[in-house]
Ligand binder design. Sequence first.
Ligand code: DGL
Length: 291
Amino acid sequence: MPEYNNAADKAAPIGVFDSGLGGLTVLRELMALLPQEDFLYLADNANAPYGRNSPAKVRRDTLNNVDFFIQHGVKMIIFACNTSSAIALEAADERAGSIPVIGVIKAGIIAAMEVSGDLKAPAKIAVLATEATVNNGVFSRELPRVFAENDLPEPIVIQQACQDFVQVVEDGKWDDPLADDMAEHYLGEMRTSENPDLAILACTHFPFLENSIQKALPDSELVDCSKALALEVKELLLSFNLHNEKKHDSELKFFVTEDTSGIKQNIERILDIEIERVHHVDIKNAEEFER
Ligand code: DGL
């Protein structure tokens, strides 16, 4: 395990990225649990939605994001994106060298295990995710493996791609009746057939649609990775001796790869803060990142 104790490392920001607004569900929890840390948030919206891109493109774009954060001197990189975590975590870890890289999938599985603890029979777990995450199959592989490792009965895993939820969130329409219709379209059949015990919101955009998803799956417990992820990050910062000890209000900087209208307002609405500006960056050109 790498050991960091240099004051500059401790004071450095943490990089958090997603294809768009979804990762803010993770940033929100990180800000609540780690108020002394500074964060750089990157929305790679020029390449969104990641869930409809090929694995090769997701890998390339993710590694560009990693380069961006390395150039900005972060002390840790968080993939607030299940699609990147499924496809590119290992490659990113190699690229980032001694900078720890954390994905969200492990946290989603831990959160699911906590909820499943009380179930007598093997849990029926729905995994609601992007098309690329479903095609990758990471949850179908990892859920049974991790449950067995923890002496829990291997769950029955039902994967369901709900890709169009992502755009609803990007459009800021999570309270729109359209979201209910879409949830019913994706999940109605699952309710009448498998009716899962729990449903992992395995795309960081989906917690915004929690109400609509819960209406479509009223008997299923919804599982969100963000709290477990924030706890994991806190433990890692402490174990790497990387936590910021300077008492100050968290500094936040936001970057987008495409300057779409309304993005600043949506970030402010989600985090319930005012931000000075959102920086537009071209991350294909790593040498010329705007600081
Ligand atoms: N929020 C992302 C995820 O968790 C990506 C959504 C997308 O761009 O398709 O997978």
